[in-house]
Design a protein around this ligand. Sequence first.
Ligand code: HEC
Ligand code: HEC
Ligand code: HEC
Ligand code: HEC
Ligand code: HEC
Length: 649
Amino acid sequence: MLPKKLIKKRSVVAMAIAIAMVGLGIMTPPVTAVRGGGGTPPGLPTGSNNFKLRGTQPDANATNMATFVEGASCLGCHGSYDQPESAPYDTWITSLMAHSARDPVWQAAVSITNQDANLGGEFCIRCHAPGAWMKEKGITGDFSLFDTTDYEGVNCHFCHRAVNPVLGPDSAVGYPGNDDMDPDVEIIEALQNAVVPWADDLMPLGNGNAQYVLDPQDVRRGPFDGIPLNFHNPIPLIHSPYHSKSDLCITCHDVSNPLYMLQRDGTYALNAMDTPHPTGNPADMFPEQRTGSEWQMSQFADGGVVFDDGRFGGNLDGAISSCQDCHMPDQTGYGCFATFEPFQERTNLPHHGMTGSNNWVVAAVKHLMDPFEAENIGLTDELIEAAESRTNQMLRDASDMELSIVKGNLVVRVINQSGHKLPTGYPEGRRMWLNVKFFDPAGEIVLEHGHYDFDTAVAELSTTKVYEAIHGIDEAVAKVTGYKEGKSFHLSLNNVILSDNRIPPRGFTNAGFESVQAMPVNYTYADGQYWDDTTFAIPSNAAEAVVILYYQVSTKEYMEFLSDEAKDGSGLIAYNAWVDMGKSVPVDMDCAAIEIVAGNPADLNNDGVVNGMDLGILLGNWGGPGGDINGDCITNGVDLGMLLGAWRR
Ligand code: HEC
Ligand code: HEC
Ligand code: HEC
Ligand code: HEC
Ligand code: HEC
């Protein structure tokens, strides 16, 4: 727990900053590069060359690139539908991607990145504020040049100008009225012929890492072929099968740190300062997030999975496969406000809520925003509440839990139903854990594992299972940075995965996950295993066990880190928003109870009766531990005697 004095100090400073900001009329706190200072070691003297990556490059003067338009310009036609869940604007506006540049947690992490690695913020902006990056804004970590559109983060116009870098059947199908003209060929050729000092060409390599390719024109690429009337005229509507594929999402949902180069022994070594990555291939960089690769190595990418209970996909029938199937489930409605001929009702409108697991940051963004600004962009409490309930449902659909009593112990099985590891994505501060309570016959708690205090946000996790990935820095990086070796939240410096026991998805293989730098670390899962079992000893007077699987987005430890480390006050703003929003309230993903009947140890298969089946188990395990009844770990004549003595009881 924090000492009271410290808590007070945190809020007073934040308030002062908040007041100063309102005074300046800035809706989101500016983040500027602050180097070293205080007790913190000075940052690495990296340069922008360290963060060069392929794909379309910034164009500050917009000479070759149409500027990005803000979401509000789509709102008139793609918002406020009769069926609100099918309206792209009204659902996107409460997604994390609509606020990926306003997110106070992100702003604090960028500030720390700029302290730790000079100009490292450029890397962050590529994904979290791609429109701003394209205009070379904020590359120095200075957000003061950002306008409203830049703060939109991943907006409508960005996604709908994305081009498939792989020419083929998923490429766009030509400008309407000019089917001979293939827009993608020209765009890809320009990348192939690009001359830059740091790479042979600009064709994206490997997976993700924001090597996006954008249409230089203002176009609207989307999933539908043959839209009867183009309301955007003269802006072309382009049919793009790519938009229905996971590849589009993987562009940003596989994150690799270009500061590091994979070595032969499997470690990651720091590259020379202000020098491009030796290969430019994300597979040779440190794997910060592997959501896209986890999916690619799962059964979801290989034919998909049919869910009998229809938990994912909305109207979609049959196998669930892509990111869109789960994160943009099909809705019924019209594709715009116009519900008249020639427009038609569609049953495959992708939900733009892009629901994930973050249940507090969008509310925090609104909380920190000028209320007029919030009203302007249509970010209402009502829409945020709807998004929160979608998020809770998503988390509940993510897993199933089964309880059983095996040999007098409670076994908790958590089954991953999602399309990647559970949990996946951003590792810092994200976790799931088991809360196990044993009750006596009078209903009093006799023992609890994984207790969480909802007031203080302190979790006691030493005796329970926690699912998480822990990243850190190795000895070599500790030496050059001055930070301690081991676990660390300095995400731009982290170069080792100390542990990762997150549950793999269906179709998991160790070789497959190893090939994409996503293997379990300090934990084992067998090929094909997409669940995990944890055993708890049952206290003698327990009559019932109740188990809850909790998920938490941002831990106290992580938020304190941001608050303590960011020298410009951005961490404090994030910390206080976290407090004000209820300290990232854990979500109960599953809850189950089991009665504990004082079982007969001779009932080896736990079916309530000692009979021939138990005898079979005992004989089949003769000499080994499997049929042991008296607890000496060997199945022998003593156990046989006990079993026969308990026959049919
Ligand atoms: C290649 C794309 C990409 C790059 C580059 C990138 N991120 Fe992210 N970041 C993501 C994605 C995707 C998520 C969401 C994953 C999730 O929610 O699990 C995310 C999530 C985060 C979060 C969690 C936000 C929250 O509200 O909990 C923080 C903080 C963050 N990133 C910081 C950074 C910083 C700092 C950098 C630069 C050093 C950076 N990111 C670079 C893609 C990227
Ligand atoms: C004047 C009204 C209007 C505005 C403004 C508008 N759209 Fe549309 N849009 C439409 C209509 C109508 C359709 C066709 C709907 C249908 O057929 O179901 C459409 C379809 C689309 C499609 C589907 C394309 C396809 O081939 O699958 C995309 C993508 C799209 N719009 C993106 C945008 C974006 C992004 C903006 C803002 C930058 C925007 N639109 C602004 C009216 C509009
Ligand atoms: C330009 C990069 C980019 C692209 C393309 C992209 N994302 Fe994201 N996505 C992000 C970033 C950055 C975040 C994290 C925002 C934050 O937490 O501040 C994010 C967050 C999310 C989240 C929320 C995670 C949470 O913690 O709740 C989901 C779900 C998601 N994205 C799904 C998708 C899907 C599905 C697609 C493809 C249709 C996609 N993304 C394409 C960058 C991208
Ligand atoms: C079978 C359904 C399914 C598929 C397919 C799927 N997801 Fe998810 N995803 C989920 C569920 C359920 C959750 C919530 C549980 C969690 O956080 O892991 C989730 C969570 C996420 C999160 C938030 C993770 C966190 O804990 O911070 C991101 C980001 C994400 N998905 C991105 C993707 C991307 C990108 C793809 C495609 C490469 C994808 N998902 C494919 C079901 C799916
Ligand atoms: C993270 C990327 C992403 C963002 C941001 C995004 N879209 Fe989409 N959009 C998609 C994808 C992917 C599809 C197709 C999904 C599919 O086929 O399953 C789509 C489909 C559409 C369609 C055709 C289906 C329909 O609903 O009529 C329209 C229109 C559309 N988007 C408009 C918008 C508007 C307007 C915004 C901003 C308010 C927006 N999109 C933001 C990725 C995005």
